[in-house]
Design a binder for this molecule. Structure first.
Ligand code: URA
Length: 191
C-alpha cells in the first residue's frame, strides 16, 4: 500500500534530523533522536532534550527519566504506544545542560513545529519548562499545569518534567497528578 503523505513527511523529517548540522549540538551528539511512535497517534508528548542513553540509542525517554515516564504512564493505564514521543531539541546538549535559545529556536523552527503540523495530534503534553516556554510562551510550569490550554486549535497540557523528581523528590506527587490529568484528557480524544 502507498504510504500516506503524513507517514512520508514524518519519515523524511526524521531522516533530515538524523543528519542535521544546523546547530552546534551536532558536534557532540552520537545519534540525533527524532522521536518514536505511531504516526496515527492522537496524543504527542514533548520533553526537553535527549540524555545520555537517548543519545546512544537514538530513541527518546529510554534512560532514567524514561523509566519514570513508563512508571507514571503505567499508573494511568496508558501505554507508550498511545503516544508519539519526542523532544524540543533532538540532540543531546553536552553534560545534559539546558539547551540554549539558538539551539531551541533552530530545532523547533526546522523540526518540532513541522512534526506537530504533520502528526496533527488532538492533544499535546509538554513536559518541563523548555518545552512549555517555547511552544506556549508560558513563564513557569506552575502557572500552566493542571488545566487544558487551547492554543492554535489544539489542546495542550503542561506538566513537570519526569526527571524533576531526581532532584526535587517532593514534586514526584505533582508529576503523578499531571499524568492523571493526561489520562482523563486522553480518554476524551480517543473517543
Ligand atoms: N529527558 C527528555 O526530556 N527527553 C528524553 O528523551 C530523555 C530525558
Amino acid at each position: 500500500m502507498a504510504k500516506s503523505k503524513k507517514a512520508q513527511g514524518l519519515e523524511e523529517l526524521a531522516a533530515q534530523i538524523r543528519v542535521c548540522t544546523r546547530c552546534p549540538l551536532h558536534e557532540s551528539r552520537t545519534l540525533a533522536v527524532p522521536g518514536d511512535g505511531k504516526f496515527s497517534a492522537k496524543v504527542m508528548i514533548i520533553g526537553e532534550a535527549p540524555g545520555k542513553e537517548e543519545d546512544e540509542s537514538g530513541h527518546p525517554f529510554v534512560g532514567s527519566a524514561g523509566r519514570f515516564l513508563n512508571h507514571v504512564l503505567e499508573g494511568t493505564g496508558l501505554d507508550r504506544n498511545d503516544f508519539f514521543i519526542t523532544n524540543t531539541v533532538k540532540c543531546r546538549p553536552p553534560k545534559n545542560r539546558t539547551p540554549k535559545k539558538l539551539e531551541v529556536d533552530t530545532c523547533t523552527s526546522n523540526y518540532l513545529f513541522e512534526q506537530i503540523a504533520l502528526l496533527n495530534p488532538k492533544l499535546i503534553m509538554l513536559l518541563g519548562t523548555v518545552a512549555a516556554k517555547k511552544v506556549l510562551g508560558v513563564k513557569s510550569i506552575n502557572e500552566a499545569r493542571g488545566r487544558v490550554i487551547l492554543h492554535e486549535g489544539r489542546k495542550y497540557l503542561v506538566g513537570y518534567h519526569p526527571a524533576v523528581r531526581f532532584y526535587r523528590e517532593d514534586l514526584g506527587e505533582k508529576v503523578k497528578e499531571d499524568f492523571a490529568l493526561l489520562k482523563r484528557e486522553v480518554k476524551k480524544v480517543k473517543r
